[in-house]
Design a protein around this ligand. Structure first.
Ligand code: 475
Length: 833
């Protein structure tokens, strides 16, 4: 059925097309209308939450008008599009970002103020959209911002979880998880009840021969779950382009809600079926850098891949192009291996449904996909058991075996004398049960594989994926070092600093071309500029201090050195190294004379981050931090010289307060373990210095800002294997200063020592896999250098300004252009043309 309005009637339509507010008066009109009608409230009944909802709805109207224009324009032009498949999009709040991106925050501020509201209070009503765990999910969100800002025709595809990442509370020093039910009153999504896809699970495969003698496969008798689309508009900064993030929600298909059962009076079990279907998109798995092989997770992955692929193929088929043009029109990027089934699903669609020959289909598939790897940690590499996959996705498993067969045959031909290579590179691991290695499948099904920082990409080539480099040559493997969006992480999080920079550079153009920041290096010796820079840092520290007071009750001294480590809690990220360092500092201060104490640089050690609910060691680290805080913060001998703060429920909106307020931040993973890290970039961009290991993007940050502006310490990646080997063979001697720390823990200084045995013995007795002891001395010494440097405030400011000036490379816009040129081969499309 033709749904479009007939040509002769379109004039009438266009006369009434929705319009956008452009000034304060129009904004207030939209705001009040939404509050009075959409929200059914009145001027006698409008609190800050209602003011937030009304403001959000007014901006949403604007976004959706631009969204419509952008989508029409992109469809009409029909040039190559990018689809970014990610199980996580850690978006944070939307309103502030939308105001800034469309350039109407001042209009909103003035309008709200005329009605008695402060824009900041209104913004603070919003709940974070927290559909992600950490770095991987936040990178996807930064991608969306840059893709829209740079006018790339691009869509994100993800899952619409009913529960995002859990909220963290700290009770008696322990992490407690609270469900994050976030969907009520979410104004930023548009349900598309008309856009649904039926997704099949289980069942079996029948082989049959058609009239031409061609063997075909029919996957039948499965269980059907329905995917429903929810669209989220993504506005670019300073452009009309508004892209789409499509999130799928699961629901029992109408056939599934069993009327037979219902009529037979078995209402309960009919409803149970419904709930089982809805479970698929119910909850985000709360693991970061860890895979656990749960069936429901595999269901989520297939549900989302199949719905997205169906949607992409449907859109392609509307253009009536030949299948061979598919890769010229479509690039699909896999955010880690979570969407790898999309490769298999596209092959299945092409051969089983569209009737293409295997080779022709496979050629299309491999030209379409790119795969980004984010971690080398073995526990994060996805493997699915063959029996599980056989049961849930029988046809897909067949296709995987087929892909593997053709692949291994080609390898055998090329390396006839290397027998071991076949078992090493096989997609199927010959274990009990057999396992499907998703990373290998992703490499074989993609034309490009990239790591997220230089060291990480090198490690992929020389260790994990070494054999594949031999097979495919080095060109399939590349590096694209991560970045961050300067809109959210400078302009939105640190408006004062952004304004100061804009004043000096004469415009806000640096928000679109971050390399322009280099012009502020000219002001590094300008006394007045330095002064303003320092004042802004102090104001940001005061803002954080107010947050700490409000949430923990502790007063912290804004003149102290703020030392921050906020990220997911993980042994490889080594928050334990940090807290042991804090204990060392505490013991040292306690041993000082009054005279010596006068020379101590006061510190506030700030921690934040969630532990995966099942990750016991990470939870133990949180517990220790909180216990140390209890003791240190009320020790009268310490006073202002040291405070320890754990900020509960670290998330994107808290990061926006924390990043601008640090003097130094910690990025101290065991060398070779962190893919890139992105908070390191956020802190430096906000004028904080960092202490870090030679790991991930720290290395490239050093190269950009200069090694005199960063505090590096610790063993190098190339030495890690050897050190671990030595520990294993009993050549392990605990660092004497760390021993002093452990003695204090064992003297029950921080509560029952038994609570921390697992942590101390993982180092003393079980090989110290993350080299905490090996790096301890250099860590402590480097912190002493930090103290010394902080005492020379003029030098410190020079380091801070110089570093910011040299951070242009780490813009997500640079990253996005690199993907576009070297992986996707797509061009921007200016929708205002
Ligand atoms: C890296 N998450 C950072 C960031 O590239 C890097 C894995 C499995 C299951 C669920 N979540 C994950 C990650 O692997 C992850 O977040 N990786 C991170 O990606 C962006 O900057 O170094 O650890």
């Amino acid at each position: 059925v033709e749904a479009s309005i007939p040509e002769p009637l379109r004039e009438a339509w266009k006369k009434h097309s929705a319009t956008e507010f452009t000034n304060k008066e129009e904004f207030e009109k939209d705001l009040v209308r939404h509050i009075e009608t959409t929200l059914a409230r009145s001027l006698y009944n409008c609190d800050e939450l209602a003011a937030y909802s009304g403001t959000a709805l007014a901006f949403r109207d604007r976004l959706i008008i631009e969204w419509n224009r952008t989508q029409q324009r992109q469809t009409f032009t029909d040039q190559k599009r990018v689809y970014y498949l990610s199980l996580e999009f850690l978006m944070g709040r939307t309103l502030d970002n939308a105001m800034l991106n469309v350039g109407l925050k001042d209009v909103a501020r003035d309008g709200l103020s005329e009605l008695g509201f402060r824009v900041e209070d209104v913004i603070n009503q919003e709940h974070d959209a927290a559909l992600g765990n950490g770095g991987l999910g936040r990178l996807a969100a930064c991608f969306l911002d840059s893709l829209a800002t740079l006018n790339y025709p691009a869509w994100g595809y993800g899952l619409r979880y009913r529960y995002g990442i859990f909220k963290q509370e700290i009770v008696n020093g322990y992490q407690v998880e609270i469900p994050d039910y976030w969907l009520d009153n979410n104004p930023w999504e548009f349900p598309r009840h008309e856009i649904t896809v039926d997704i099949q699970f289980y069942g079996n495969v029948k082989k049959y021969q058609d009239e031409n003698g061609r063997i075909s496969h029919l996957w039948e008798d499965g269980e059907i779950v329905q995917a429903i689309a929810y669209d989220v508009p993504i506005p670019g900064y300073g452009t009309k382009t508004t892209n789409n993030l499509r999130l799928w929600s699961s629901k029992a298909s109408s056939g599934e809600f069993d009327f037979q059962k219902f009529n037979a009076g078995d209402y309960e079990s009919a409803v149970a079926d419904q709930q089982r279907a809805e479970t698929i998109s119910a909850v985000l798995y709360p693991n970061d850098n860890l895979e656990r092989g749960k069936e429901l997770r595999l269901k989520q992955q297939y549900f989302w891949c199949a719905a997205s692929l169906f949607d992409i193929v449907r859109r392609f088929k509307k253009t009536k192009r030949a299948w061979g043009e598919f890769p010229d029109q479509i690039a699909i990027q896999l955010n880690d291996t979570h969407p790898t089934l999309a490769i298999v699903e596209l092959q299945r669609i092409l051969i089983d449904i569209e009737g293409l020959e295997w080779d022709e289909a496979w050629n299309i598939v491999t030209k379409t996909f790119g795969y980004t790897n984010h971690t080398v940690l073995p526990e994060a590499l996805e493997k699915w058991s063959v029996p599980l996959m056989q049961n849930l996705l029988p046809r897909h498993l067949q296709i995987i075996y087929e892909i593997n067969l053709f692949f291994l045959q080609s390898v055998e031909k090329r390396f006839p004398n290397d027998r071991d290579i076949l078992s090493r590179v096989s997609i199927i691991e010959e274990s009990h049960p057999k396992m499907v290695r998703m990373a290998y499948l992703a490499i074989i099904g993609s034309h490009k594989v990239n790591g997220v920082a230089e060291l990480h990409s090198d490690l992929l080539k020389t260790t994990l994926f070494k054999d594949f480099v031999k097979i495919y040559g080095p060109d399939r493997f590349t590096n694209v070092t991560n970045g961050i969006t300067p809109r959210r992480w400078l302009h939105q999080a640190n408006p004062r600093l952004s304004a100061l920079i804009a004043e000096k550079l004469g415009s806000y153009d640096f928000l679109k071309d971050l390399t322009l920041l280099d012009k502020i290096e000219a002001f590094v010796d300008d006394k007045a500029f330095r002064k303003e820079w320092a004042v802004i840092k102090r104001e940001n520290k005061l803002r954080l201090a107010r947050h700490i007071k409000a949430t923990t009750g502790f007063d912290v001294n804004p003149n102290a050195l703020f030392d921050v480590q906020v990220k997911r809690i993980h042994e490889y990220k080594r928050q334990q190294l940090n807290i042991f360092g804090v204990i060392h500092r505490y013991l040292s201060i306690k041993a000082m004379s009054a005279e010596e104490k006068k020379k101590v640089v006061p510190r506030v050690s700030i921690f934040g981050g969630k532990a995966a609910p099942g990750y016991w060691m990470a939870k133990t680290i949180i517990h220790l931090i909180n216990k140390v805080a209890d003791v240190v913060n009320k020790d009268p001998e310490i006073g202002d010289l040291l405070k320890v703060i754990f900020i509960a429920d670290y998330n994107v909106s808290k990061a926006e307060i924390i990043c601008p307020a640090s003097d130094i931040s910690e990025h101290i993973s065991t060398a070779g373990t962190e893919g890139s890290g992105t908070s390191n970039m956020k802190f430096v961009l906000n004028g904080g210095l960092i202490i870090g290991t030679c790991d991930g993007a720290n290395i490239e940050i050093t190269r950009e800002i200069g090694e005199q502006n960063i505090f590096l310490f610790g063993n190098l990646a190339e030495d890690v294997e050897d050190l671990r080997h030595r520990h294993f063979y009993g050549n392990f001697k605990l660092d004497p200063q760390l021993e002093r720390v452990f003695d204090a823990i064992k003297d029950n200084l921080f509560g029952d020592k038994a609570d921390f045995t697992a942590l101390t013995s993982s180092i003393e007795e079980h090989g110290d896999y993350y080299l905490v002891s090996d790096d301890f001395n250099s860590y402590i010494t480097t912190h002493e250098m930090v103290d010394e440097a902080f005492q020379n405030q003029e030098e410190w400011l020079a380091k801070s300004i110089t570093s910011v000036a040299r951070m242009g490379f780490f813009s997500m816009d640079r990253v996005t252009n690199e993907y576009a040129d070297s992986i996707w081969n797509v061009e921007p499309l200016d929708v205002t043309d």
